[in-house]
Design a protein around this ligand. Structure first.
Ligand code: NAI
Ligand code: COI
Ligand code: MG
Length: 408
């Protein structure tokens, strides 16, 4: 597992951005250093904004928080957690999906751990009252344009994959998804009436050169530190935005002669992920394709409940969250798999705070709990021990405590 998490992307981002941005990135670390000085020798303090959100969000966040706290304390890290409402929970409390207080806490934190947002209750809300808007605003305003979604088939979970053992075994890819542009943000958008008096809905897929170049560089840096293969996924046979995407990714490739670049249309990529997922090392793609392909890739690993993510920008706090949604169908039943959120906490330590040892403690503890046979329903296979969200969390916590060192 650590193989997919070995790139220090924050450093990569700093490295790839020249001059002015480098100092911006350095400034973003300054508040942490000031807080650290108040801690006792050998101890570092970090402010973590916890945004549980809706559905299974609070269940998985409460478990991941304990694991994060424990792994951190064993490495001399102290966390000041500030829990704030977001999404539907915030709509119910104060009438907006991202309250000003939540935004301030997130912006001023060293890193943000988010559960999930949305649910049936708010499904028919007007667009400006949708819980999911909070996520869109957070990503946009934090400027976290690079979304890393590692998909690794753990040896312990090969039998949980929906694919045959020989297809799933050994899969280890990183999907680098552009997160602050494309059709989720493009203008114009809306629902209007056409000349025939018929209602029409429309959105705009739009990318500027600087948006493509910066995500391409993150992807090339990532691929360089992995197996040196980058596949750019687009729809350049139909979409103009994809034509520009392919042109720019190809241009940026000249800066990375050691990385082997290929291009693939997204429909083919969706098929190839199931046919032969081991062909992929690093994938770079736009916002909507990355959203869809990462859900698909999650099932190769056994469950969407396994995939963490890190959303990073040039400066400021990173946003860490499982790739899944609020799973309203299982919310409140202690059935959710918390491992995606626990592993997102590991990504927070590694990419957000640069605390690799504490991150490794979490990754090892997850593997240890799986080695002992603990499984939530989504990754259960006969012969293992079926547990709920809380018990899985407790088992991971015990493994963090016992300071296991596991190799896969
Ligand atoms: N980042 C976020 O906050 C996201 C929010 N959403 C929102 O979540 C709500 C539900 O969306 P869906 O399309 O149903 O996607 P979903 O990811 O919430 O659920 C899809 C399926 O996967 C299962 N699942 C998801 N996470 C799981 C976990 N940790 N353990 C076990 N099973 C898990 C669910 O039970 C469901 O059957 C919607 O309101 C949607 O807008 C959707 C995706 C991302
Ligand atoms: C709810 C969407 C805004 C987000 C999503 O599905 C995702 O980021 O995976
Ligand atoms: Mg999604």
């Amino acid at each position: 597992m650590t193989a997919v998490l070995q790139t220090n992307i924050r450093l990569s981002l700093i490295n790839i951005v020249p001059g002015k941005c480098r100092s911006l990135a350095d400034q973003s670390r300054a508040p942490c250093r000031i807080r650290c000085s108040a801690a006792s020798p050998g101890e570092k303090r970090f402010n973590i904004a916890l945004l549980p959100g809706d559905g299974i969000g609070p269940e998985v966040i409460s478990v991941a928080k304990n694991v994060l706290q424990q792994a951190g304390s064993l490495e001399g890290l102290e966390f000041n957690f500030q829990e704030m409402p977001v999404g539907g929970a915030a709509l119910d409390l104060v009438g907006v999906p991202l309250p000003e207080e939540t935004w301030s806490a997130a912006k001023q934190s060293d890193a943000i751990l988010l559960g999930a947002i949305g649910g049936y209750k708010w499904d028919n809300n007007e667009r400006h009252q949708r819980p999911e808007l909070a996520l869109i605003y957070l990503r946009r305003d934090l400027k976290v344009f690079a979304n890393l979604r590692p998909a690794t088939v753990l040896p312990q979970l090969v039998d949980s994959s929906t694919l045959k053992r020989e297809v799933a075994e050994g899969v280890d890819m990183m999907i680098v998804r552009e997160l602050t542009g494309g059709i989720y943000f493009g203008e114009p958008r809306g629902i209007t009436t056409n000349d025939n008096g018929e209602e029409v809905g429309f959105n705009t897929e739009i990318y500027a050169v600087h948006e493509i170049d910066r995500i391409a560089r993150v992807a090339f840096e990532t691929a360089r530190k992995r197996r040196g293969k980058l596949c750019s996924v687009d729809k350049a046979n139909v979409l103009d935005a994809s034509v520009l995407w392919r042109k720019r990714v190809t241009a940026i490739a000249s800066e990375y002669p050691d990385v082997e670049l290929s291009h693939m249309y997204v429909d083919n990529a969706a098929m190839q992920l199931i046919r032969d997922p081991k062909q992929f090392d690093t994938i770079v793609t736009n916002n909507i394709f990355g959203d869809i392909l990462s859900d698909e890739a999650s099932m190769i690993t056994g469950s969407i409940g396994m995939l963490p993510s890190a959303s990073l920008g040039v400066s400021g706090p990173g946003l860490f969250e499982p790739i899944h949604g609020s799973a309203p169908d299982i919310a409140g039943q202690d059935k959710a798999n918390p491992l995606a959120t626990i592993l997102s906490a590991a990504m927070l330590l590694k990419y957000g705070l640069g605390e690799e040892k504490a991150a490794k403690r979490i990754e090892d503890a997850v593997l240890d709990a799986l080695n002992k046979g603990f499984r939530t329903g989504d990754i259960y296979s006969p012969g293992n021990k079926l547990v709920g969200c809380k018990e899985m969390g407790e088992e991971v916590l015990k493994s963090v405590d016992s300071k296991v060192t596991v190799t896969v």
